[in-house]
Design a binder for this molecule. Structure first.
Ligand code: FES
Length: 202
């Protein structure tokens, strides 16, 4: 029988706390604070993590597109829709005196869903004779500022850049590139009606 030696006793003794070797005698990785670090990931694990990361990004992008495209379409589509032309009643014929030019308000033919009060627009309406009317845009042909009718001077004046128009809407002075646009007007069953039209600006 072999006699046990002091070296054998040392081998069988439990490891002391803080011994860096594991049960297989391999060295654990410690950082400077004494924490055990995870063993390095294998190439397979890294590849799987990268794949999962890419799939997460792809799913996120797909979800964003699925939600975003209909919303953008809802907001932008009305801007490209052709404005319809509608007749709008602006008052009874007896409300208007021959020779007078007055401001009338009506609802635009194609208000945007979010337009609110801006769906309303206006025109300068003149009763030329018992049966004849003419209507001018309130928006200057230069950059769209509202023009005013100056009854005494018989001129339309734009306060923004000094644009001036004669009473027939033609340009008298200033930067407007063309005459004030006009709306078609008709009288139906005693109601004066204006037909909404897109107003060319600039
Ligand atoms: S917007 Fe009327 S003159 Fe410029």
């Amino acid at each position: 029988m072999k006699q046990s030696t002091p070296e054998d006793a040392k081998e069988g003794a439990p490891e002391k706390d803080g011994d860096p070797k594991d049960e297989h005698g391999e060295q654990d990785e410690h950082d400077e604070h004494g924490h055990v670090e995870a063993p390095p990931a294998s190439a397979d694990t890294i590849a799987r993590r990268q794949l999962l990361g890419k799939m997460s990004v792809a799913l996120g992008v797909a979800g964003g597109v699925a939600l975003g495209v209909p919303m953008v379409g809802f907001i932008v589509a009305p801007l490209f829709r052709k404005a319809p032309r509608e007749w709008r009643a602006v008052g009874k014929i007896e409300q208007f005196k021959v020779g007078e030019t007055v401001n009338v308000v009506f609802v635009d033919a194609s208000p945007l869903p979010w337009a609110g009060v801006t769906a309303k627009t206006a025109a300068w309406l003149r009763r030329v004779s018992e049966t004849e009317f003419e209507a001018f845009s309130v928006n200057c042909a230069h950059l769209g500022c509202p023009v005013r009718w100056m009854a005494e001077a018989k001129l339309f004046m734009c306060p923004c850049h000094g644009g001036v128009y004669y009473q027939d809407g033609s340009v008298a002075a200033g930067p407007p590139p063309h005459a004030l646009p006009q709306y078609p007007v008709r009288v139906t069953d005693g109601q004066v009606e204006i037909r909404t039209d897109p107003i060319p600006i600039g």
